[in-house]
Design a protein around this ligand. Structure first.
Ligand SMILES: Nc1ncnc2c1ncn2[C@@H]1O[C@H](COP(=O)(O)OP(=O)(O)OP(=O)(O)O)[C@@H](O)[C@H]1O
Length: 608
């Protein structure tokens, strides 16, 4: 299976039954006796409710039969009144039991939804970077929303509609049989079969329409989200009308599919009504005929009518329930597929935690590419001894950031090993590995929260004192002090309310709070002006003194004093040594240095 790809929709494991089987444990939570008791309580309420409903037509019939006795007959009046009262009480009891059942069951449904949502969320964070780069946020959130919602609906319908309807149908058949013989029973059964068949066939067809509608809905939303996330880019390129047209075409496709789906619903309702009313007409005509023959009473007409009305009320719902369950199964299967997405980078079974005494980093003949047909690193080997300051330089696209991603184990190498303090990172837990590493990336992204929250994010439970110390360390404390809201200033979505340099300094402070033994700076100062860069470089030097640091840099002046400089070219290490060594070699590094020196000389001349 390709890494982190959701399993195919046709995957046998995801047919309706398999989904249902995975979902049933939520109806009977094995680890929660209280919830199981609630389910049982709800079942008892369902049974009581059904028993009451089934008794109603008897009371109704008895009342009507008593009324068809000569008017004014005293016992008839009393009997009729008693049964009318019983009928009213029965109706009230039906509503009472239904609502008690809902009250008892609500917690079960909500807990199932919550558990499932938590599972999916946890799973999404376990999936690899490859999955997250390929996904569309809008679509994924929709899948989760629909999937979790449907589990609650499914539980509700299975327990409160399907099961009671089956009980009611069986009871009605027995009652009709005992009171009116096989004719009416056969007609009722045939009508129910025709009804279920028609519902199922039309609903199958509707389901395909619904699936298409879902897909188009997801696409329209994903386009809208993507377009809004790229708000600035859209403005830079004056592409508002292009974006509108793109969104409009997705929305139009959705609207067309929705119209078709709604029309098919009309067809289904018509077919259902036809079958129900044919049976109703036949059964009532048959009862009227029996009455004309003196075999049946007026009460029997009411009796048959009430039962059939009662029976088809939930059956009428059955169409909707079938559709909802069918849709629920699709939505849940889609979500289960997300949960089942293969995890590309997983901890080895019983993997120990990484223990870092001396934080050295070793790449040993590492071969890697993002896609099978394109190798990026061709057998890379280097060592960053514990406590050293190593820089990686080289032309754009050489594979520098790839080294950082591999070190964080966002991907596994095709071959070769990466070691920290002598331990292969593929053999230790990812949590312990990432706890030992800190990174300040090229373009830091912040959470849409306050500056204080973003800095404290570096370490779970970090206190205000640590946050302030880190802000000082990252040369941003003065800036924060000048803000009217200080550490409570909101940074906006992805940190957009801060300048690139401010954002970067918040990110550095966040990493300082984490305080890891190995630090990576991936072009960390590229967004800063020269003065801030100098401030931060000296901070970086200070924090680097008792750590191993790996700095990826374009501007060589920022890393010239590193212990070792690795020069990467097209995925290969072309040179390594300190600044003086490399200048002496007169190779790629010396050439890059000369070019950058010439550029900055030009800049200063132009400035004068
Ligand atoms: N997720 C990805 N999928 C496929 N290819 C990728 C992916 N990320 C990077 N690459 C490719 O891998 C190569 C190395 O990328 P990398 O980001 O490591 O380069 P770099 O040396 O850091 O470049 P720069 O200095 O421009 O940041 C590039 O050619 C890039 O197109």
């Amino acid at each position: 299976m390709p890494p982190d790809t959701p399993t195919s929709p046709k995957d046998a494991r995801h047919d309706g039954w398999a989904t249902l089987k995975r979902f049933l444990p939520y109806l009977w939570p094995a680890d929660n006796a209280i919830l199981r008791r609630r389910v049982m309580g709800a079942v008892v309420m369902v049974l009581l409710g059904k028993a009451t409903t089934l008794a109603l037509p008897f009371a109704y019939k008895k009342a009507v039969d008593a009324m068809t006795l000569p008017a004014g007959a005293q016992p008839a009046l009393t009997v009729a009144l008693a049964f009318v009262l019983a009928y009213a009480l029965g109706r009230f009891a039906g509503v009472l039991f239904d609502n008690l059942r809902n009250i008892v069951f609500e917690r079960v449904g909500q807990d199932a939804t919550r558990h499932l949502a938590e599972n999916v969320f946890a799973r999404l964070h376990k999936l690899s970077l490859r999955f997250h780069l390929a996904r569309r946020t809008g679509e994924v959130t929709k899948v989760i929303e629909r999937g979790t919602k449907s589990i609650d609906t499914m539980l509700y319908f299975l327990l409160f509609n399907i099961a009671p309807t089956v009980i009611e149908l069986t009871a009605v058949i027995v009652i009709f049989w005992l009171n009116f013989g096989l004719g009416l029973v056969t007609a009722t059964i045939l009508a129910v079969i025709a009804y279920v068949y028609a519902t199922r066939t039309i609903t199958e067809w509707r389901t395909a329409l619904r699936e298409k509608m879902n897909r188009l809905d997801g696409q329209a939303l994903a386009r809208a989200v993507d377009s809004l996330l790229n708000y600035e880019t859209v403005k830079y390129f004056g592409a508002e009308s292009r974006e509108e047209a793109r969104y409009a075409s997705a929305a139009r496709a959705y609207a067309d599919a929705a119209v078709k789906s709604e029309n098919s619903l009309g067809l289904l309702n018509i077919a259902q009504a036809l079958i129900v009313n044919l049976l109703m007409a036949g059964a009532m005509a048959w009862t009227v005929y029996g009455w004309s023959q003196g075999r049946l009473t007026v009460g029997d007409l009411v009796f048959v009518n009430t039962y059939l009305t009662q029976l088809f009320r939930p059956l009428d719902m059955l169409g909707m329930v079938y559709r909802t369950i069918r849709q629920g199964l699709i939505d849940m299967a889609e979500m289960f597929r997300l949960i089942d997405t293969h995890i590309e980078v997983a901890d080895a079974p019983d993997a120990p935690a990484l223990v870092v005494n001396r934080p050295s980093v070793t790449f040993d003949n590492v071969v890697f590419g993002y896609d099978r047909d394109r190798e990026i690193l061709h057998g890379l080997s280097f060592e960053a001894p514990a406590g050293s300051r190593v820089a990686i330089v080289g032309p754009s696209g050489a594979g520098k950031s790839t080294i950082a991603r591999l070190l964080f184990r966002f991907y596994d190498p095709w071959s070769g090993r990466i070691l920290i303090d002598g331990q292969d990172i593929a053999g230790v837990t990812q949590a312990s590995l990432r706890a030992a590493l800190g990174i300040v990336p090229q373009d830091s992204v912040l959470f849409n929260d306050t500056i204080g929250y973003n800095i404290a994010y570096g370490r779970d439970g970090a206190g205000m004192a640590e946050v302030e110390a880190a802000a000082k360390g990252a040369a941003i404390a003065d800036f924060i002090a000048r803000l009217p809201q200080g550490y409570d200033t909101e940074v906006g979505e992805r940190g957009l309310k801060l300048s690139g340099g401010e954002k970067q300094r918040v990110a550095i402070a966040r990493t300082l709070v984490k305080n890891p033994p190995i630090l990576l700076f991936d072009e960390a100062t590229s967004a800063l002006d020269t003065r801030t860069e100098q401030d931060i470089l000296s901070t970086m030097r200070a924090v680097a003194s008792h750590r191993t640091t790996i700095s990826i840099a374009h501007r060589l002046s920022t890393i010239a004093d590193s212990d070792t400089i690795l020069v990467l070219d097209q995925g290969r290490l072309s040179e390594q040594g300190n600044h003086a060594d490399l200048l002496r070699r007169d190779g790629l590094y010396a050439e890059m240095w000369a070019r950058q020196a010439a550029e900055s000389a030009e800049v200063s001349e132009a400035a004068e």
